[in-house]
Design a protein around this ligand. Structure first.
Ligand SMILES: Nc1ncnc2c1ncn2[C@@H]1O[C@H](COP(=O)(O)OP(=O)(O)OP(=O)(O)O)[C@@H](O)[C@H]1O
Ligand SMILES: [Mg+2]
Length: 327
């Protein structure tokens, strides 16, 4: 099979509003905003990765600007471009003010990706540029965490919230791509395959599509090697997971620890997500204990994100599951 060089997330990027799935509230509001381009507010698209923010910004830019104007009138920057204050100031001021006379009746759009990673001091500069920009210049900021954007910017923008895609929408899109690309997925394992891709993606459609494409280019579809797909995505394979699960459900901490230490590749936060799948199987545990355990999962995830030793944290989590089980 020849390896397709085209990147599917680009090939299947939505080209119009009605191809954006699951973001009805944001998209419906947007449609009415972009009718009159000079009245359009500055905007912030906030939400998890791979939910359609960049796609939506590109649709707006394409709708409002004719092809020949696009390159002159759209400026796309991401956070790594914005680390240096001087660069931001010069680049944005140049863009906003260039050909003032020529373009005063033309819409110009600044698309700022990963705006939540822009240092706060640079955000202050950005705020002043937004404030003083002429009305034909509109800013679209994109971020995962809106609380990382300074209030004076947020209050100058209309905020649109993007949500994680539900399983059926992710699977629907993956099936569509599989059909377009003529992939042959063994019928009897189709559900397991798409369930796994969704699990890996946790609602991030970009990750789901990329994993599908990676599985195809590594030729993992022929014998449908789901374990390998989990592995290359930073999760532990099902066989190992099932052993670990049995040890934990039997309350055998030492056995569970032995399996855990034998895993040679581990992405701790993925591992936590995989372990969370166990909770519904803890039948003997009461609801209060289950809630306590979920809260413990949250603590461990947090400690790891703050630099806590992964092995110590994860071992402690395994101990908690194994011992709670015996209560
Ligand atoms: N809501 C959606 N509807 C249809 N396709 C989507 C949607 N969200 C994501 N996709 C698909 O995933 C790819 C990535 O989406 P996009 O770049 O818009 O995500 P994003 O929200 O900007 O993510 P990030 O925060 O990581 O930048 C798109 O090319 C598209 O194929
Ligand atoms: Mg994006």
């Amino acid at each position: 099979m020849s390896i397709d060089l085209e990147v599917w997330v680009e090939k299947y990027r939505p080209a119009d509003f009605d191809e954006i799935v699951s973001q009805n509230i944001a998209v419906n509001n947007l449609k009415s905003f972009v009718k009159d381009k000079f009245d359009m507010p500055h905007m912030i698209f906030a939400g998890p990765a791979g939910t359609g923010k960049t796609s939506t910004a590109l649709i707006i830019a394409n709708k409002l600007l004719k092809k020949d104007k696009y390159y002159r009138n759209v400026l796309e920057l991401n956070a790594s471009d914005t680390v240096r204050m001087k660069f931001v100031r010069e680049k944005l001021n140049d863009f906003v003010n260039q050909n003032m006379i020529l373009t005063e009746n033309e819409l110009k759009i600044v698309i700022l990706d990963e705006a939540d990673n822009i240092p706060k001091t640079v955000q202050q500069t950005l705020r002043r540029i937004i404030e003083s920009a002429p009305t034909n210049v509109k800013f679209i900021l994109m971020c995962n965490y809106i609380n990382q954007i300074i209030d004076p910017i947020v209050s100058r923008c209309a905020v649109f919230r993007f949500v994680s895609l539900p399983k059926e929408k992710v699977v629907e899109k993956l099936k569509y791509i599989a059909q377009q690309e003529d992939l042959s997925i063994p019928k009897e394992r189709e559900k397991e395959f798409f369930d796994t891709l969704y699990f890996i993606s946790s609602g991030d459609l970009r990750k789901a599509i990329n994993t599908l494409q990676m599985a195809v280019s590594l030729e993992l579809l022929k014998d449908l090697n789901i374990d390998e797909i989990l592995k290359i995505s930073g999760f532990i394979e099902n066989a190992v997971f099932i052993n670990l699960k049995t040890a934990l459900l039997d309350g055998h901490f030492l056995k569970a620890r032995e399996i855990f230490t034998s895993i040679d590749y581990l992405d701790s936060r993925n591992f936590i997500r995989q372990l969370m799948q166990l909770i519904p199987d803890l039948h003997e545990m009461g609801n209060i204990e289950k809630s306590e355990l979920i809260s413990y999962f949250g603590d461990i995830d947090y400690y790891i994100s703050q630099g806590g030793d992964e092995e110590i944290q994860l071992t402690s989590l395994l101990a908690e599951i194994a011992t709670k089980k015996k209560v």
